[in-house]
Design a protein around this ligand. Structure first.
Ligand SMILES: CC(C)(COP(=O)(O)OP(=O)(O)OC[C@H]1O[C@@H](n2cnc3c(N)ncnc32)[C@H](O)[C@@H]1OP(=O)(O)O)[C@@H](O)C(=O)NCCC(=O)NCCS
Length: 171
């Protein structure tokens, strides 16, 4: 982890392309991140362009974990926009390149997102993850509590329905 740098990402052709390639790879490998396989690279680039534009408007923070020049993992922090939820934020779009899994990048990104959330006065974090092939273990190890499971919530990237598990953490 000593060689990993975490920082907020801003839109540029290189950043957008790196994020898009990561998203395509993650979906191809069965990651449940709202897309079906096969995901065209152009579609992934358009999605990231939207999310990075939202980041430029201050509506989310897209964090990247870099191994040297390589963007190896990402997570997004979405402060709730609702006027009655100024204390809440959502964690989303957590993914690590296959080549860099099992090295603590996702854990480090989650912890960095929590520091940012606290800095914005957000004290309640929520997220959801697929029941099958999801990342419940990652979140539970970081202290997230299971609120409940909704069955048949979404299709897995290669087909077949799976439930979604909804988690929260007070920070
Ligand atoms: C889930 C994902 C982001 C984990 O990334 P990673 O960088 O390999 O995770 P880390 O190395 O930081 O793991 C930290 C800890 O969580 C555990 N963990 C990570 N992913 C896990 C999973 N899918 N299920 C159970 N435990 C998991 C690790 O074993 C590790 O435990 P340890 O602290 O006892 O060593 C990665 O596997 C991925 O991109 N998956 C596909 C996309 C996806 O499912 N994203 C989550 C959407 S909600």
């Amino acid at each position: 982890m000593a060689d990993i740098e975490i920082r907020p990402l801003e839109d540029s052709p290189a950043v957008r392309r790196a994020l898009a390639e990561m998203l395509v790879e993650v979906v191809a490998n069965g990651g449940s991140v709202n897309f079906m396989h096969p995901l065209p690279l152009e579609t992934a680039e358009v999605a990231w362009a939207d999310w990075l534009a939202a980041a430029a408007r201050g509506e989310r923070i897209v964090l990247g974990a870099f191994d040297g020049e390589t963007l190896a993992a990402t997570v997004s922090l979405l402060p709730a926009p609702q006027p009655n939820q100024p204390h809440r934020a959502e964690i989303g779009k957590m993914m690590t390149r296959v080549s860099h899994r099992g090295r603590g990048l996702a854990r480090a990104l989650l912890q960095a997102a929590e520091v940012l959330a606290r800095g914005q006065g957000r004290s309640l974090l929520v997220l959801d993850t697929a029941v099958e092939d999801g990342a419940a273990g990652l979140y539970e190890k970081q202290g997230y509590s299971l609120a409940g499971i909704i069955p048949d919530y979404a299709y897995k990237p290669h087909g077949g329905l799976t439930g979604s598990a909804f988690y929260y953490k007070r920070i």
